[in-house]
Design a protein around this ligand. Structure first.
Ligand code: BTN
Length: 266
């Protein structure tokens, strides 16, 4: 049986985000190198906050730490949002954390068990990655944030055979977790709706109210953790996030704030 191709639809996404519709301008590309690159270029040309670029397929999808992001056509969601928050550069990681929390909230409605945030930018289910976030920014000469591009890759309908050999053991999708294929436009709308609710709250009230919600969704307090790319390697017990969004690790007498890098929970 040939399954009907599930193409993203601007009108389907729009009709499902009625409450927040005026906040978005949605573009859907058939193929692009990376939606982050595309959105970055648009933002450089002056595109406003709220432009969201989706692609059916990316030929050069990128993850953090120069990793590749597999982006086969019509299976998953690959999109980038242009944001122009009036915040200082030190707070930029908070935008990624708030985005992760918004996705967590949205996905919890479909995947009730096992979903977890992983600092700083992943969503995991039983130690397998379902979603990654790549935030990139442009600053002006006074070190003020001009814009942030928040790129999201969410595995929606991929089957095990669709992942590359390297990715298959460490990745999962909504389909693999629920045994149910989803219309991607509906999932896109769910994510955008949730994102704008949390983002607005963040702009209005700051990060402090997210700190506790995030820690709870990541279940990190008291966990054993290792920071992989620090020299010397840092092992310790996680004490949650500080007020800026850095990960706090207790090693003996000392409490270290970790602001970047790869961490493994043991
Ligand atoms: C990571 O887990 O390291 C982040 C992955 C981010 C992937 C998304 S897909 C849409 C956007 N375009 C990209 O090239 N990357 C992000």
């Amino acid at each position: 049986m040939i399954e009907k191709m599930d193409k993203l639809s601007c009108s389907e996404i729009s009709s499902a985000i009625q409450d927040n519709l005026q906040k978005f301008e949605i573009k859907i590309l058939e193929e692009t190198y990376s939606t982050n690159n595309y959105a970055f270029q648009l933002a450089m040309e002056g595109a406003p906050e709220g432009v969201v670029v989706f692609a059916e397929k990316q030929t050069g999808g990128r993850g953090r730490l120069k990793r590749k992001w597999d982006s086969p056509a019509y299976q998953n969601l690959y999109f980038s949002m242009i944001l122009r928050p009036s915040i200082s550069i030190e707070k930029i990681s908070q935008v990624t954390l708030v985005t992760g929390y918004a996705i967590y909230q949205a996905l919890s409605k479909i995947i009730p068990n096992g979903l977890k945030l992983k600092w700083p930018n992943d969503l995991m289910i039983h130690s397998k990655k379902i979603c990654g976030i790549l935030s990139e920014l442009e600053i002006d000469k006074d070190s003020k944030v001009k814009f942030v591009i928040v790129g999201i890759g969410l595995n929606v309908n991929s089957e095990l055979k669709d992942f590359s050999k390297e990715v298959a053991p460490i990745a999962t999708s909504i389909y693999l977790e629920t045994d149910c294929k989803q219309p991607r436009s509906k999932i896109a709308a769910l994510l955008l709706d949730s994102f704008y609710r949390e983002y607005e709250e963040y702009l209005k009230n700051g990060f402090s109210i997210f700190k506790e919600k995030w820690e709870k969704a990541a279940k990190i307090r008291g966990e054993k953790v290792e920071v992989l790319d620090s020299t010397p390697p840092l092992h310790g017990i996680c004490e949650g996030l500080d007020s800026s969004g850095a990960l706090l690790i207790r090693a003996g007498e000392n409490l270290y704030p970790v602001i970047a890098g790869d961490v493994v929970f043991k």
